[in-house]
Ligand binder design. Structure first.
Ligand SMILES: [Zn+2]
Length: 171
């Protein structure tokens, strides 16, 4: 046998069982995992991601006066239809329902920024009297709530929520 070939043969035969083994690249090396490009940034969603169309609002606004007990300027005009858990009147607009006081403001006072909430000067949730409604931010609404003692923590019998800090183990 050619001495050069013999040398290679010996090397292979005398190699320990666990290696070294010479792997020959056949030209199709596994591709390194490429880091994924970050997803494109989404624009921030406005307050309430769904907004009714103008036609839907017009239809709701036409229905509203028949659902409100219209009274004097200083009286609360209570909504007589369906109410939400919080006591606000709700009126269906297209596929959803929105606060009746929002539709009332739109009908009797005019357009407002849909990102704002409509606050009640009279603290009466079903009230739809446009003289009692004023647009504002969510923060302003919370400030009103605390100022006028409407917040949950200001009610008698309120206790801070108890946190145990640990999850109970499953048996
Ligand atoms: Zn009112």
């Amino acid at each position: 046998m050619d001495p050069e070939v013999q040398a290679i043969y010996d090397e292979i035969m005398n190699a320990p069982a666990e290696g070294p083994f010479h792997f020959v690249s056949l030209g199709h090396q596994r591709r390194k995992p490429q880091p994924k490009p970050p997803p494109p940034a989404k624009p921030p969603k406005p307050y309430g991601s769904w907004h009714p169309t103008e036609a839907q609002l017009r239809r709701a606004a036409r229905r509203l006066p028949s659902l409100v007990r219209v009274g004097g300027l200083f009286e609360c005009w209570e909504f007589m239809g369906r109410r939400s858990k919080s006591g606000h009147g709700t009126i269906s607009v297209g596929p959803r329902s929105i606060g009746a006081h929002r539709v009332a403001y739109l009908l009797w006072r005019g357009f407002f920024d849909p990102n704002l909430v409509i606050r009640h000067r009279c603290d009466n949730p079903p009230c739809c009297n446009p003289a009692h409604l004023v647009p504002g931010t969510i923060q302003q609404n919370v400030d009103d709530m605390i100022e006028r003692g409407r917040a949950a923590f200001q009610r008698p019998g309120w206790a801070p929520p108890v946190r145990l800090g640990m999850k109970r183990k499953k048996k």
